[in-house]
Design a protein around this ligand. Structure first.
Ligand SMILES: Nc1ncnc2c1ncn2[C@@H]1O[C@H](COP(=O)(O)OP(=O)(O)OP(=O)(O)O)[C@@H](O)[C@H]1O
Ligand SMILES: [Mg+2]
Length: 256
């Protein structure tokens, strides 16, 4: 299995606050890695470092084997063409229709004619179950639909790696389930590598190949959901108990 992204001893401080204290993380090709951890631990920072939007104070970020902080702007642009991103609070552009929001990356980054763009945009929107809303503005659609439009936009350039920062936060259970279904459908079809930040424990374990816990400025683990839920590591154990309840761990012990 090859790593498409590697963070090697990444450190980052803001003023006197040391946020990342030597993060090591390896993202396997074609797999879904879910990053969990408390608010303010630095999960979004991990994504921004991986995208090359922020440079570490020390350490390396490698994407497809290249140190993205030591390559030309042109090469970084090329790498970014392979990324699909849904930022936390996934901002759609309010003044653009659903259709134009999704078409934007294609118009900005390719020279495709409008007829080809139309085919791609409509296919992606359909995959996300957003049909008949092309001419609506973000204010005219529901929260869940906005997220799905954001996902459609993130997938429009056929990315090799997608980054979703809290794709279901703020949605009710039914709406987040819709997002997960859309995720499964698209990953089965497009076969991308996924890095997802989520608070949606334990549901997120169902779609994770690996779960990585960021705590106290370091990645405490990057293991399968099964290993994660049974881990003896104190930080992981505490996280599991806090998010899933101590009842859960005693149930597991009984089963074993
Ligand atoms: N530009 C910045 N200037 C100063 N501090 C920053 C900056 N960006 C991030 N931080 C700090 O870094 C820490 C980690 O932020 P980050 O947004 O990555 O957390 P998070 O784990 O994504 O939290 P949440 O779950 O709430 O989204 C926070 O304490 C934040 O205040
Ligand atoms: Mg965040």
């Amino acid at each position: 299995m090859s790593a498409v992204i590697e963070l090697i001893d990444v450190r980052k401080s803001y003023g006197s606050q040391e946020v990342l204290k030597g993060v090591n993380l390896s993202i396997d090709e074609g797999k879904t890695t879910v990053i969990v951890g408390g608010s303010g631990q630095g999960k979004s920072q991990i994504i921004k470092h991986s995208l090359g939007l922020i440079s570490p104070d020390s350490g390396q970020v490698k994407v497809f084997g290249q140190d993205i902080n030591n390559i030309s702007k042109k090469d970084l642009r090329k790498i970014r063409m392979e990324f699909g991103v849904l930022f936390q609070n996934s901002a759609l552009f309010d003044s653009m229709t659903v259709y134009d929001n999704v078409a934007l990356p294609l118009r900005e980054r390719t020279k495709f004619p409008e007829s080809k763009i139309k085919g791609i945009v409509e296919e992606r929107l359909e995959l996300m179950d957003v049909v008949g809303s092309n001419d609506k503005y973000p204010a005219q659609i529901s929260g869940g639909m906005k997220k799905r439009v954001g996902l459609a936009r993130a997938l429009v350039l056929d990315p090799k790696i997608i980054f979703f920062d809290e794709p279901t936060t703020g949605l009710d259970v039914a709406k987040s389930n819709e997002i997960y279904r859309a995720f499964f459908r698209t990953q089965a079809q497009l076969k991308y590598t996924a890095v997802i930040v989520s608070h949606d424990v334990p549901k997120i374990f169902k779609l994770a190949d690996y779960v990585a816990l960021l705590y106290n400025g370091v990645m405490q683990s990057c293991i399968t959901p099964e290993e994660f839920q049974l881990s003896d590591d104190p930080a992981v154990k505490e996280f599991v108990e806090k998010t899933m309840g101590s009842l859960y761990s005693s149930e597991v012990e009984e089963i074993i």
